[in-house]
Write a protein that binds this ligand. Structure first.
Ligand SMILES: [Zn+2]
Ligand SMILES: [Zn+2]
Length: 174
């Protein structure tokens, strides 16, 4: 089996569903390499499901189609920003996806998470609660958190800082 390229900001895109097995011919390199990127593509052309992970990793797809795979990233230096938006598979959220940042760099996206998955990551839960506390009363927050689902909505998006290892999350729903 061909080994997928390394994505430091999205370490296992097959597990998260961003990269899938596919016989599609890549719109960039013209090869059918057995895998395609299934996540969002911000470009003029409709490229969803038509790019191979290798053309994302080496930046050729981003350059050729002026494409981005993530639109919103919290504040990071521009060289890192370009790696996250142009050389990293994005992920599909219910709303505009947002790449979380910690220690001055983009965090690694680990996938969607529900209440069960988040139970193992108390720091991520704390971050979610603090986020929600700005607008919601505590009882409503706990109801919402217990309703979080990995494959449904509302859902949380779990990240881990590449530098200090802290788990981070945000959540959304339609
Ligand atoms: Zn390709
Ligand atoms: Zn950190």
């Amino acid at each position: 089996m061909t080994e997928l390229p390394a994505f430091p900001y999205h370490p296992d895109p097959v597990a998260t569903g961003a990269v899938v097995r596919s016989q599609a011919t890549c719109a960039c390199c013209g090869q059918a390499r057995g895998y395609a990127y299934a996540g969002p593509v911000f470009a003029l052309e409709d490229l969803r499901g038509r790019l191979c992970p290798w053309c994302i990793a080496d930046g050729s797809a981003a350059e050729r189609f002026e494409a981005q795979f993530t639109d919103v990233v919290d504040d990071v230096p521009v060289d890192r920003l370009l790696k996250i938006t142009g050389r990293t598979p994005g992920f599909a959220g219910w709303q505009q996806e947002r790449w979380l940042v910690h220690c001055g760099d983009g965090a690694a996206f680990l996938g969607t998470a529900g209440a069960a998955e988040l139970a193992n990551h108390p720091k991520a839960l704390t971050a979610l609660r603090e986020d929600l506390a700005e607008t919601w009363p505590p009882a409503q927050i706990e109801n919402y958190i217990s309703a979080l689902a990995k494959d449904s909505q509302p859902t949380a998006y779990l990240f881990r800082c590449r530098s200090c290892g802290t788990f981070l999350a945000y959540s959304d729903a339609t």
